[in-house]
Design a protein around this ligand. Sequence first.
Ligand code: SF4
Length: 163
Amino acid sequence: MEKYISLLRRGGAAQAAVIDPKTIVTAPWVAFKCQYGCPYYGKNLCCPPHAPAWRETQAMIDCFGTAILFCCPAMEMVNPLALAAAKELFLDGRYKAVALGSGPCLLCESCNVAECRHPGQAIPSMEACGIDVFATARANGMAVETLADKTQPQNCFGLLLVE
Ligand code: SF4
């Protein structure tokens, strides 16, 4: 896994570690926060209610024996890095590799919810799929805070599920 940790670090991840998928926390309240608090709810194919609900995500996580959790100082860094690492994992023979990112998919100016324009590049965020990112990060000893000042470095997480 060191190769992929290095790839993430070189790409700008401030934290990256191999974790046990059993430490990934899913919960029903996460999508509620999207529904009543996010302008992208229902307007982005990578966000609820289009994204997998927490039970489905948990069932998917249970298919994996290893995961890599990483954190970047800016949201827009996470998805490209997660995709690059997942591609590398796949090409190395780890064909089940799944990438989850951070925030809504921002590849298009306006999402086409009828049909994705970039199906090979669009990935949902951890939180969109019902993962409690704070609890997951803290369960693995990673620093994560709520930050009011958007000019400061953020703590935006991505996840790779690996077999
Ligand atoms: S790539 Fe475009 S159409 Fe597809 S989910 Fe992202 S924003 Fe929506």
